[in-house]
Structures are given as structure tokens and as C-alpha cells.
Design a protein around this ligand. Structure first.
Ligand code: AZC
Length: 841
């Protein structure tokens, strides 16, 4: 790599190389300078937003210095890199994280106070970067944090949506979606207008003989859209390593803006072409765990895969290594099947553009990719229609067919007697229209496939990928249990708990090695520690109660048991089970004598989460929760014994307030449906207990923290099929208590019963697919146990502390180390204090 500044001039350069602020005074100078110049504001119109801007820019300057050095260092080291392809990155806010990782939060606090601001108010000015739906997108964000913190040379690749996940408003108890335009002021991204890639769509394939007589294919015609890179620095904790997240935005290709049209007065139509191109990266699809085969979504997927691969290949080619080295330099992880088109795209680049023969190319492709599956729900498994792919990506369809042909021949050779097998595992589903099964293509094109928790990784081997285990053997399939970053989900969300832990463990080392938490067990009986632990939980509940009061107007008692379920609204996650349980509790309270009421544990049931705009059943659940809240919260008979709250617009920054404030959180999916869940980990790490089914990571959480410290209930995954069968054949009795809940709903107690009939009938008449009735009795009984357990606060706090101490396993750092060793075969790269050896010479 050559330096662009010639040797004699480097002294001048180095003399003026930026020096990051160190003191509060220097921070103030930088901040005021940014407010006055970069933002063009003054003493007279500097509001909190402007102060946020100045602060963010001052920290950004520091970040960028580390970022540049990291990128240079990685280029010089020229070792294997990881590329994490994800259509979703649910990042949340960046400033607090930058302060933590760069250091100097105290400096900023002092400096801001000198300027007349409070650091907490400034941090909350930032708009969440909400480029994701739920668990899958937040996992990608935690992974970026861990990759940088562990010094892995790694890049994320995604789309720069102009609109992230919609903002949820609750109006008259109904969800209303409002667009999330978040880019008005985003100091964290750098537009790289010089880094562009032309992306082709439509057109046709020409086949011809080249000079050497070899048949070659070329994809011609169609239209071109330009991808422009936007880079976001991702700082690590306790290290200067600052990785890159590259997001692509779509733009009309330079030739596309039709000056002819424009000059002849057809302004509108020339601008329309441009807007059509920009539509590709305009909006995040708001479905979680649901696939709908929309053409624009397929365009997004190809646009992003093609731009990212072009970039990766371009970087590799600079090294002038032979192609067979590609998998030694590049590991690409597919976050679910959304980036599966990267597989035929790399094959296309290698054979059509680089002239490799098929087998050589295919072996490179398989060694390069790893695929993570995040769900076994059939409605979430992506399939694209053959005619649609044919139309949009004609060359890729040919390649997919060739991949399939080779694969099926291989299967047939090894399983000559099993004719059905070929139809079952074919990438092409023989339906009308024919469909491309993206998960199969991802399995076939990768060297490793992993699930995200033990149960889930076992399930994919016995259900959706069963035949592939037979074909490839079990070693192609692995488990990497999900994790969360303790930086955001402990230290930032719960600074007081983090500080308390640090005071006992002799520093913040646990934020780098979460297993150190086990040392907390020595303090389980320490009176002062217990007291402070409880006080912190109470303070966090007060903070949440204040937020609830602000946005809903309802006062809740922070001494009540806070029972929280926050996640996307989905039938399989069973918020309906929760709200039916709440109604059951309400009916019970209504029947109680004053003496009985006195013995009752007061509760606040808190819900939060978005429903996909087209998911009618999920929206009905939101409506029911709000109607129940309206009735219960106003009922004088009930008072503080029960409050029901729906927190609108649940997102990452709300989660940072909510997770530290639970006594109990709910992770109650039908067994076998929730691949992992990650908020279960966040709640326990913050000193709350959980009620859960034997599903996803709940099982491993139980193993780690001990079954006395978790409230498990419900049927097991292995029994689900049989129970569903029993429902279908009328071979079951509706739970009696649930029946009374339904009677109450039908009576109109919570408003017009007709609105909720589909919810009730789904259980009573249509087979109760999610087994709400089967689990209802054990769910309610378990809540009764929780009430009792909560009365013994001494025992309760023992459970909470023990659980926190045993959560070390669930750090995303552990998770990333497992990927690095088992799937990517990459090593960390130690940062150099001054950037790069030889960078100045
Ligand atoms: C989610 C799973 O539903 C959740 O259980 C898991 O914790 C998370 O991924 C991270 O692995 N899946 C999705 O959000 N979406 C899809 C398409 O699976």
C-alpha cells in the first residue's frame, strides 16, 4: 500500500494530524466549535439538539482517528476478514456507546455541565437507528459490538434505509404506523460518494464462444441502478479497534438522469426515473418472522448482495493472490436467508467475469459462506417465484438451476434408491408457479449451517433440514447459542448495577469477560450488597414508572411486582396467553374479599411491541391489551392490585429503560417456535427473573442459572405435534378457567366483543395452533407461585443475584469467539498504538 502524501511533506502532515480532546476544557472547545461552525448555531439558538450535535461531532472526531488507523492496520496486515451480511442492523443510539468506548464520558459530563446541559438529556436527543425488526437485527448489532471489542477484522454490510421500522402510536387502543424518517441529522455516517457500484437488473443472457472456443455467458441489457456506500464507524470497548459498517443507498445511475427529457421540459418524468431507483433502499420491510414475496424486496436483496460482493472481491483482487486463496482471506456470514443471492452472485462473478471453471468456482463459494438460520416457522422461510427471478435476474436463475442439477446428481449417486428424496431436497419446488427455496440454496452453498440455541439447532436437523443431514452428514450443522453485548445491555442500560458489580469485582473487567460475574456469588449473603442491589432495582422501576406516567398518564406503584413482556407481537410469542392470564387475574380480584385482597401481591403487567402492519391478528392482540388496560386501570375495586400498561413504540432505547426494571419478564412462546430469544438474557442480566416455556435459549438459561431461579411451565416441544393433532380431531377440552376469560370477553366487558372473536375462535374452533389452552392452567399456576415467591423478598433477591452471577455464558463475545473458531477460521488482529507499522515510512 502506498502513502498518498510524499515523504518530504509528511512532517507537515504529522505535525497537524488531529489531536483528540483530553480534558473537559478541550471537549468544550471542540463542542462549541462544532456547534458554531459545522452546525452554524450560536449562543442564542443552541438547544439540546444542537448540543447533542456538537457533542456527537466532538466524539466522532475521536472515533474517526481510531477508525482510520484500524482500517489501515487491517489493510496492511492483509489477513482473513469476516463480512457479516445482514438486511437488518438494529443499532439504537450511538452517542452513549461512543462515549463508553472512546472513554471520556465523565469529561463530557463535566464539559456539558459547564455549557449548561445535562449529559443524560443530550444523549436522549438522538434518534434511534432502527434498521431492523426485532431479534435478528439486534443480534447483528450486538455482533458488530463484539467483533470490534474482540479486535476481529470484520465489516458489516447492509442497506441504508431512508425509513427504518415505523414508529408506533397507539390511538384509541389501536396501533397506528408513522414513518420513521431518521436521517435529518445523522452524524454517525460518512457518505462515500466515490465508492459506487453499478447494479444490473432485468435484461437477458447471451451465450457465445470466446476466442479460445469456450462457451461463455454474458448478462446484457436491462437497467442499471447505482449503489453508494455510507460508512458507519463501529468502536470496540477497551480497544482502539474501530470496524466499519457499510450501508448501501440506491441512486439512479449517472447516465440514467435523462437530460434530454429534462431539457425538453419533461422534468417530472426524468425525476420519476431517479425516484424509482431510490425506492430500492427507501424502506425496511416491517415483517418479523414472515415472508411475503414482493418484487421490491427481492430487488433490495440483490442490490445489497451484489454491491457488497463487488466490494469484497475488489478488495481481494488488490492483494493479487490466486483465486484459490479467496476463502483464506474472506469469510462471509449470511444472517438468515435474506442474503442467499450472494451465493449465485459469487459463482457468477467467478465463472462469467473471472473465467474460472464451474467446479473450481463452486468449491471457492462453498468454502466462503456460512449460513445462520433463525427460525423454523414455515411462514418465515423464504421462497421466490421462478418467473420473478427469471425476469429480474435471468443469469442467476440459470446458475441456480445449474447448482441444483449438480447437487441432485450428487444426491442421486449417493442415494440411488431414494427417488422421493430428490423432490424433497430440490432447490426448486415443483409448485405453480415454481419456487426457489432459499434456505436450501443457502445450505447447499455454505460450508456450515448454524442454529441460534441448542434446542433450535437440534430442531433444524430433525425438521426443515433433516434430509440435508442425511446427505452431508451431521458435521455440516452446528449450534452457536446467541448472546448479547454487556456493554449496552448492562453498563449503559443499568449504570448503577454495573458500578455496584465493578465495586465488588475490582473493576470493569467483567464487561470484557462476562464469566467473571460468577465471583458475585460470594456476595449473595452480603447484607450491604443485597440492599444496594434491591435499591437499584427499585430505582430502575421508578424510572420506568415515570416514563409510563409521562406517555400513558397512568400512575403505577414501583413497589408492585413489575411483570413485563416486550417483543414483536406474534401469535407464536403468545402475548394472547399473557393478556388472557391478566383477565383471569382481574376476574379473580373482582371476586376477592378485602382480607384476600390484602394477601395479594400487587402487579403491574407491562406490554410493548410492534405488530407488522399487515398482521391483523397481532393488531387485535394489541387492541385487546389496551382495552383491558382501560377497564382495569379505572376500576376502583382493583386499585394498585393490578395495572395493565401498553408502552407504545418499543425500540432499542426503550428496551434500555425497560430491561433493568423487571421483577419478572415473560418468554412464553409455544415450545419449539422461538429459535432463541435474546431479551430473556437481557432481563436476567439486569437482575430480573423470568417466566418461560422450555423453548429457545430459556433452556440454556435454566441450565446455567439453576432451575430454582427460573419459573418454567407448559408443554414440551416434543409433545406439540401430538397436542395439535388432538385439537384437530376434537380430542380436547377447553381449559375451564380460560372458558371464563372468554365469557368475560364475549360479555363485552372489554368493549365490543365482535372485535376479539377471531382471537377467541382461533382457540375454541380453529385448532388452537399455538396451544394456548393446553398451557393456560400451568401458566396461571406458575404466576400464583411467582406471587408467593415475591412475598419472600429475601429469597427473591437471592435468586436474582445468583442468576446474574451465572449469566456469563450469554455474552455475544463468547458467541463471536465460537463463530470465529468453528465457522470463520479467523484470528483477532491486535491494534497498533500508532496505526500501522510502516505507515509513516
Ligand atoms: C429471530 C428469532 O425469532 C429469535 O428467536 C432469535 O433470538 C433471533 O432471531 C436472533 O437469532 N428471528 C427473526 O427475527 N427473523 C427471522 C426471519 O427468523
Amino acid at each position: 500500500v502506498e502513502a498518498s502524501i510524499p515523504e518530504p511533506q509528511r512532517a507537515a502532515w504529522n505535525k497537524y494530524a488531529p489531536k483528540p480532546f483530553e480534558s473537559a476544557e478541550e471537549f468544550e472547545r471542540e463542542t462549541v466549535k462544532h456547534i458554531e461552525t459545522t452546525l452554524a448555531r450560536s449562543l442564542y439558538n443552541c438547544d439540546e439538539l444542537a448540543a447533542y450535535g456538537g457533542t456527537a461531532l466532538a466524539f466522532r472526531d475521536r472515533l474517526v482517528i481510531d477508525w482510520n488507523k484500524t482500517q489501515q492496520n487491517q489493510t496492511f496486515a492483509d489477513q482473513k476478514r469476516v463480512y457479516y451480511l445482514s438486511l437488518e442492523f438494529l443499532m439504537g443510539r450511538a452517542l452513549d456507546n461512543a462515549m463508553l468506548n472512546v472513554g471520556h464520558k465523565e469529561t463530557a459530563k463535566q464539559g456539558l455541565s459547564d455549557l449548561g446541559f445535562r449529559v443524560e438529556d443530550i444523549i436522549t436527543q438522538e434518534h434511534d437507528a432502527a434498521l431492523g425488526n426485532g431479534g435478528l437485527g439486534r443480534l447483528a448489532a450486538c455482533f458488530l459490538d463484539s467483533l470490534a471489542s474482540l479486535n476481529y477484522p470484520a465489516w458489516g454490510y447492509g442497506l441504508r434505509y431512508r425509513y427504518g421500522i415505523f414508529k408506533q402510536e397507539i390511538i384509541d387502543g389501536y396501533q397506528v404506523e408513522v414513518p420513521d424518517y431518521w436521517l435529518d441529522f445523522n452524524p454517525w455516517e460518512f457518505a462515500r460518494h466515490d465508492i459506487t457500484v453499478d447494479i444490473q437488473f432485468y435484461g437477458h443472457v447471451n451465450k457465445y464462444q470466446d476466442d479460445e472456443g469456450k462457451m461463455v455467458c454474458s448478462w446484457e441489457g436491462g437497467e442499471i441502478v447505482q449503489a453508494v456506500a455510507f460508512d458507519v464507524p463501529i468502536p470496540g470497548y477497551g480497544t482502539p479497534t474501530t470496524n466499519n459498517l457499510r450501508l448501501w443507498a440506491s441512486k439512479a445511475a449517472s447516465g440514467e438522469f435523462d437530460f434530454q427529457k429534462f431539457n425538453s421540459g419533461e422534468y417530472e418524468s426524468s425525476v420519476a426515473d431517479q425516484q424509482r431507483a431510490e425506492t430500492i433502499s427507501a424502506v425496511l420491510y416491517p415483517n418479523d418472522n414472515l415472508e411475503r414475496g414482493k418484487e421490491l424486496r427481492l430487488k433490495q436483496q440483490y442490490f445489497w448482495c451484489a454491491a457488497s460482493l463487488y466490494d469484497i472481491v475488489r478488495r481481494f483482487k488488490k492483494s493479487k493472490r490466486p483465486w484459490k486463496d479467496f476463502p483464506n482471506q474472506v469469510a462471509i456470514q449470511l444472517n438468515d436467508t435474506h442474503p442467499t443471492l450472494a451465493i449465485p452472485e459469487l459463482q457468477r462473478i467467478l465463472i462469467d467475469q473471472e473465467g474460472l471453471d464451474w467446479d473450481e468456482a463452486w468449491s471457492i463459494v462453498q468454502k466462503t459462506f456460512g449460513y445462520t438460520n433463525h427460525t423454523v416457522l414455515p411462514e418465515a422461510l423464504e421462497k421466490w417465484s421462478v418467473p420473478l427471478i427469471q425476469h429480474l435476474l435471468p443469469r442467476h436463475l440459470q446458475i441456480i438451476y445449474d447448482i441444483n442439477l449438480n447437487f441432485l446428481q450428487y444426491v442421486e449417486r449417493n442415494n440411488p434408491k431414494d427417488r422421493d428424496l430428490l423432490g424433497r431436497v430440490s432447490i426448486i419446488e415443483e409448485s405453480n408457479p415454481k419456487m426457489v427455496r432459499m434456505a436450501y440454496l443457502a445450505v447447499i452453498g455454505s460450508h456450515k449451517v448454524n442454529g441460534v440455541a441448542e434446542l433450535h439447532s437440534d430442531l433444524i436437523k430433525t425438521t426443515i433440514f433433516k434430509d440435508f443431514v442425511k446427505i452431508y452428514g451431521p458435521d455440516k450443522f452446528a449450534n452457536v447459542t446467541n448472546g448479547i453485548t454487556p456493554r449496552r445491555w448492562l453498563h449503559q442500560a443499568n449504570p448503577r448495577l454495573s458500578e455496584l458489580i465493578a465495586s465488588k469485582l475490582g473493576g470493569y473487567g467483567f464487561l470484557k469477560d462476562l464469566t467473571l460475574l460468577h465471583k458475585l456469588e460470594a456476595y449473595v449473603d452480603d447484607k450491604d450488597f443485597r440492599k444496594e442491589f434491591q435499591e437499584i432495582k427499585y430505582a430502575n422501576k421508578v424510572r420506568l414508572a415515570r416514563h409510563i406516567k409521562e406517555v400513558t398518564g397512568v400512575s403505577v406503584n414501583p413497589s408492585a411486582l413489575f411483570d413485563i413482556q416486550v417483543k414483536r407481537i406474534h401469535e407464536y410469542k403468545r402475548q394472547q396467553l399473557n393478556i388472557f392470564g391478566v383477565i383471569h387475574r382481574y376476574l379473580a380480584i373482582k371476586k376477592m374479599s378485602p382480607e384476600e385482597k390484602k394477601k395479594m401481591t400487587p402487579r403491574v403487567s407491562i406490554f410493548g411491541g410492534k405488530a407488522a402492519p399487515g398482521y391483523w391478528m397481532a393488531k387485535t392482540v394489541i387492541h385487546l391489551i389496551n382495552e383491558v388496560g382501560r377497564v382495569v386501570n379505572a376500576d376502583k375495586d382493583v386499585g394498585d392490585l393490578l395495572k395493565v400498561i401498553f408502552v407504545e413504540d418499543y425500540n432499542v432505547s426503550k428496551a434500555e429503560i425497560i430491561c433493568p426494571a423487571s421483577d419478572i419478564s415473560e418468554h412464553i412462546s409455544t415450545a419449539g417456535t422461538e429459535a432463541s430469544g435474546t431479551s430473556n438474557m437481557k432481563f436476567v442480566l439486569n437482575g430480573g427473573l423470568i417466566i418461560g416455556t422450555c423453548d429457545g435459549a430459556n433452556i440454556e438459561i435454566t441450565r446455567e442459572i439453576g432451575e430454582n431461579n427460573i419459573f418454567l411451565f407448559g408443554n414440551l416441544a416434543e409433545d406439540v405435534d401430538e397436542l395439535r393433532h388432538a385439537h384437530l380431531y376434537g380430542n380436547f377440552q377447553l381449559d375451564k378457567e380460560l372458558e371464563s376469560v372468554f365469557d368475560a370477553i364475549r360479555s363485552g366487558m372489554f368493549g365490543d366483543a365482535g372485535q376479539f372473536s377471531a382471537l377467541v375462535n382461533g382457540i375454541v374452533e380453529h385448532g388452537d395452533y399455538y396451544l394456548v389452552s393446553d398451557d393456560f392452567a400451568s401458566y396461571c399456576k406458575t404466576h400464583d407461585m411467582i406471587d408467593e415467591a415475591y412475598k419472600d423478598q429475601e429469597e427473591w433477591v437471592t435468586k436474582c443475584i445468583t442468576a446474574v452471577a451465572r449469566m456469563g455464558f450469554f455474552s455475544s463475545d463468547r458467541c463471536i469467539d465460537e463463530y470465529a473458531e468453528m465457522i470463520w477460521n479467523v484470528e483477532p488482529l491486535q491494534p497498533k498504538a500508532d496505526g500501522v507499522d510502516g505507515a509513516n515510512g
